[in-house]
Design a protein around this ligand. Structure first.
Ligand code: SAM
Length: 245
């Protein structure tokens, strides 16, 4: 099979993504450090500063594609362990690793883990103060559907924050980055999981994801107000923000 460079249907795309994360779940956190050279930590910290979670037991965040919990843990900690975060992911293997990590950190009382699809959130409208998604939305087959769902479950005054790989806006760095992602990432993937192709697929999904301006327009189209973005590391990643008003 070849995952890259061909059109796949939505069901097939989700199946490929699920396959990747089932395979890597146990080594996901280490792979993240290797592949981003540790940068993902700084980007995630910056996302939490932008969110500035309220120190209140009423403050409820939904972290979609939450995987092994990096974003949710940071939110709970930044709220002095007062806020509650729901970690939602389509992949039970990633959530199991997350739940185990949460237990070790003593964060379990502030967390709920839910296995579900970002395109079909199992929550009532107007339930959350914030919706976060980090390095997840590009894996979702119908991004517009996921954004409408985000809008639906947020309360009025609620905040959407999306952290995702984006378009590198610096000459030279874009070349280095291309070389890194097209060559090194599939190689590391091969070394760790014995299979390079799923990583080629993930790298390709970064290429296909809309750039900063186009994605901001999608957020606006989903109903959000004041869509803005901030580039991290010259646009290797970008944080998008929107409000439900
Ligand atoms: N947010 C975590 C982080 O930043 O470390 C995990 C990001 S990981 C790159 C992407 C996650 O998206 C995986 O855990 C995967 O299972 C999840 N995912 C993919 N498609 C999804 C969908 N349709 N609904 C919910 N989660 C999904």
């Amino acid at each position: 099979t070849s995952y890259g460079f061909r059109q796949v249907g939505q069901g097939e795309k989700q199946a490929l993504v699920n396959d990747v994360f089932h395979k890597v779940a146990k080594r996901y956190d280490i792979m993240n450090d290797v592949m981003s050279m540790g940068l993902h930590r700084a980007w995630k910290d910056a996302m939490i500063s932008a969110l500035n979670p309220r120190r209140s037991e009423d403050y409820k965040v939904l972290d979609v594609a939450g995987g092994t919990g990096d974003i949710a843990f940071r939110i709970v900690e930044a709220s002095d362990r007062m806020a509650h975060a729901t970690v939602l992911d389509i992949n039970g293997s990633m959530l199991s690793v997350g739940a185990e990590r949460a237990e070790k950190k003593g964060l379990s009382p502030n967390l709920t883990f839910v296995e579900a699809n970002a395109e079909e959130l199992p929550f009532e409208a107007n339930s959350f103060d914030a919706y976060t998604i980090a390095f997840g939305i590009r894996n979702v087959p119908r991004i517009d559907v996921a954004l409408s769902e985000a809008y639906r479950v947020l309360k009025r005054g609620g905040r959407l924050l999306v952290l995702e790989f984006s378009e590198v806006e610096m000459p030279l760095l874009d070349k280095v980055y291309d070389a890194w992602s097209f060559n090194a990432i599939p190689k590391f993937g091969q070394m760790v999981t014995g299979d390079a192709e799923p990583y080629q697929y993930l790298v390709e999904s970064i290429r296909k994801f809309p750039n900063q301006r186009d994605f901001a327009a999608m957020i606006t189209r989903a109903g959000f107000a004041r869509a803005t973005f901030t580039n991290y590391t010259a646009g290797i990643a970008a944080l998008h923000s929107g409000w439900k008003i």
